[in-house]
Design a protein around this ligand. Sequence first.
Ligand code: NAD
Length: 274
Amino acid sequence: MIDLFSLKDKVIIITGATGLLGSQHATVVAEAGGIPVLLDLDQSRCDQLSNELKQKFDVEAVGYKVDITKEEEIIENISLVRKKFKHIHGLINNAANNPKVEDSTEKAFSRLENFPVSVWNMDIAVGLTGSFLCAKHYGYLISQNPEGGSILNISSDLGLIAPDQRLYRKVGLSEDLQPVKPVTYSVVKAGLIGLTRYLATYWADKNVRCNAICPGGVENNQNPEFLKEVKSRIPLGRMAKKDEYKGLVLFLLSDSASYLNGSIVSADGGRTVW
Ligand SMILES: NC(=O)c1ccc[n+]([C@@H]2O[C@H](COP(=O)([O-])OP(=O)(O)OC[C@H]3O[C@@H](n4cnc5c(N)ncnc54)[C@H](O)[C@@H]3O)[C@@H](O)[C@H]2O)c1
């Protein structure tokens, strides 16, 4: 049974791989014997993580500076990856712009009335266009793999429900200055659910499965007031630990989820049930 969870020698592309959760996805791929291919904006951080994973888990791991909003960089990377590895088995669309509104000092920009088109375009470019481009190129390669493979989109609990803007309120600020979770977060995360359903059928005849996870927030030094409020909205009474999605990510990438396709899996301590 345990073999079903093995990713031995499977090549898995991870976008935003050196971030808080991306590095956890990369770690679980390596722990399960797979070959994480790390894509992010900073080559030295990619190298540092790939070296750590190689040493710790005795697997091949490699990192590339790729801006996923730029199709030409993806195409260039595809040729490098194809030279190095025969097949690609998986893709995790994880990269996103993640403004931490709860700790923001720039209060007014996040409000819908003020939200700059330039920020809208950047957020959509990374979260949606980048995921589309990676599906287009890496996903196509997965579809050429005789065994097929698995695409995993990282959505959010906020792909399923609206943000509770009361969580981000700051005492003493007038209404027009109150920070909010940006509109792009909801749009990107809901869009990824649409992309998941599209991809789940698109290469199904080639055994390419596509699923999404909708994680709840990870506890990461947020201010105590925010933490108290957010925890009160989660049935389990706490935010996630950063390594708490590793099991789910491994499950969905591996053959243990061979009949899961088009699933939108919430992993949020029950927040979206309330
Ligand atoms: N952390 C949470 O609480 C949480 C909760 C739910 C969902 N998520 C989702 O999980 C994913 C990872 O979140 P995180 O907390 O690790 O964020 P993070 O900000 O730590 O990591 C995001 C990574 O994406 C990279 N990136 C940004 N633009 C890029 C581009 N154009 N090309 C390549 N890489 C790019 C960044 O450099 C960064 O390393 C995101 O999709 C996020 O929305 C996070």
